[in-house]
Design a protein around this ligand. Structure first.
Ligand SMILES: *[C@@H]1O[C@H](CO)[C@@H](O)[C@H](O)[C@H]1NC(C)=O
Length: 412
């Protein structure tokens, strides 16, 4: 009984995870840097998609990519949104595995949003959501309360007589008019300035004084009168005093960003390896997106001169963003690197839906058998047993100890 029970419990685990994922409605998140390529994952594992149909849309309206039995947007199908023309492809050799993932090349900021991958012919109809976040390539990191220069340069143009406009999301930050006047947005009054003498070199950079955490976000530098109009994006990150995410390692004695390697990926786990260097004593930790510290194996701290290095391994089994955080205790400097892990086994796979239904059916059968057993026992007059068993139904391994284990085992 015991080995069976173990294997059954093992089989139940992914199902439970599956339920948690699909029940929480969390979309898979893909983060890429502006200009690089993004693969949006979508899998309906039990199906051969070659003669089938799938449809990708953005924000429920823009047609991104449709495939229908070999006809798609790259071989003549009309109707693809302008934004995606010539930038989206599917993986032909993966179709037979039910892999409907697409690749978007040369991502733009405007590609950020929620994508849906829809299988209209699947019964019941299946739709999955994938969130794409495109991060600006230019990032500025400053400590709270210090000044930030946001760079924006339009090559060798004298822009002293030109309009340029800085925004943060939809909010005004700074406007330079063609007559040289400037205005500042309500949240930035008295805090933003431009570099007057640099205008003739096409430099539209601004300086924000005394930055607050709330200033963090994505800024755009817009030249509305250029033909075509030009927009540049800059990400500003205002960090707590100690939590300085310093990509350049400029702070004196500060550690460079740790490096993350991913030496091994399997279907249901990923091995992540973090390599951190810095001034000892150095502490390195793996954290998940909820900021929980995860259990991991580290190599002993090795020291070379005044530098020390640590490698920290962790095997993760869940789709999430994982951070490797290095802390230099002596100078209270903290820095991290982040990676997104997508575990196909744990993702809301459409193909598992059959499984899932199977699980529900088996559960119902089990419940029925269980009730019959209880009723039988009650009739025999052994009421205490039945009474004792009922609360058990709530614990981790409900009903698995009874005979129906075989039913479940075969069904799985
Ligand atoms: C789907 O195919 C792409 C391209 O080969 C691959 O990168 C991706 O990992 C595949 N996805 C799954 C879930 O197998």
């Amino acid at each position: 009984m015991s080995p069976q029970r173990t294997s059954t419990t093992m089989e139940l685990l992914p199902l439970v995870c599956l339920c948690l994922l699909s029940c929480s409605g969390d979309a898979v998140r893909v983060v890429v840097e502006e200009g690089s390529d993004a693969v949006l994952p979508c899998l309906i594992s039990t199906e051969d998609l070659e003669g089938n149909k799938f449809d990708w849309k953005k924000d429920d309206q823009k047609e991104v990519f449709m495939y229908d039995a070999g006809i798609h947007h790259n071989n003549g199908r009309p109707g693809q949104d302008e934004q995606f023309k010539g930038r989206v492809s599917h993986f032909q050799d993966q179709l037979m595995n039910g892999n409907a993932s697409i690749k978007i090349t040369r991502t733009k900021m405007a590609d950020s949003g929620t994508y849906s991958c829809d299988f209209p012919r699947h019964q019941p109809r299946q739709t999955f959501n994938i969130e794409l976040v495109v991060d600006p390539r230019i990032k500025v990191v400053v400590k709270e309360d210090s000044d930030a220069v946001l760079p924006c340069l339009i090559s060798n143009n004298d822009i002293s007589g030109q309009v340029f406009d800085w925004k943060k999301g939809g909010q005004d930050v700074f406007i330079h008019y063609s007559d040289g006047r400037t205005t500042q947005g309500p949240d930035f009054t008295g805090r933003v300035s431009h570099f007057q003498h640099q205008l003739q070199n096409g430099n539209a950079s601004i300086k924000i004084r005394k930055t607050k955490m709330a200033d963090s976000g994505i800024y755009s530098c817009i030249f509305p009168d250029l033909r075509p109009s030009q927009t540049f994006y800059i990400k500003l990150d205002v960090a707590f005093d100690q939590v300085l995410r310093d990509r350049t390692g400029e702070v004196s004695g500060a550690a460079p960003e740790p490096t993350i390697h991913r030496p091994r990926d399997t279907k249901d786990s990923s091995l992540l390896q973090c390599e951190a260097h810095g001034v000892p004593p150095l502490k390195v930790e793996w954290k998940d997106s909820d900021n929980n510290t995860l259990k991991s194996e580290s190599t002993p701290e090795s020291e070379k001169g005044d530098r020390s290095s640590i490698t920290l391994n962790i095997t993760v089994t869940k789709t999430d963003n994982y951070r490797c955080v290095a802390t230099q205790k002596k100078i209270s400097h903290q820095i991290f690197a982040e990676t997104s892990v997508y575990i196909q086994g744990a993702a809301p796979e459409p193909g598992s839906n059959g499984w899932f239904t199977g699980f529900v059916v088996v559960g119902a059968v089990l419940g029925l058998v269980f009730i019959v057993l209880i009723v039988k026992k009650c009739r025999k007059g052994s009421t205490p047993v039945a009474a004792n068993r009922q609360p058990d139904a709530d614990d981790d391994t409900p009903m698995i100890e009874t005979e129906p284990v075989l039913v479940l085992h075969h069904a799985g």
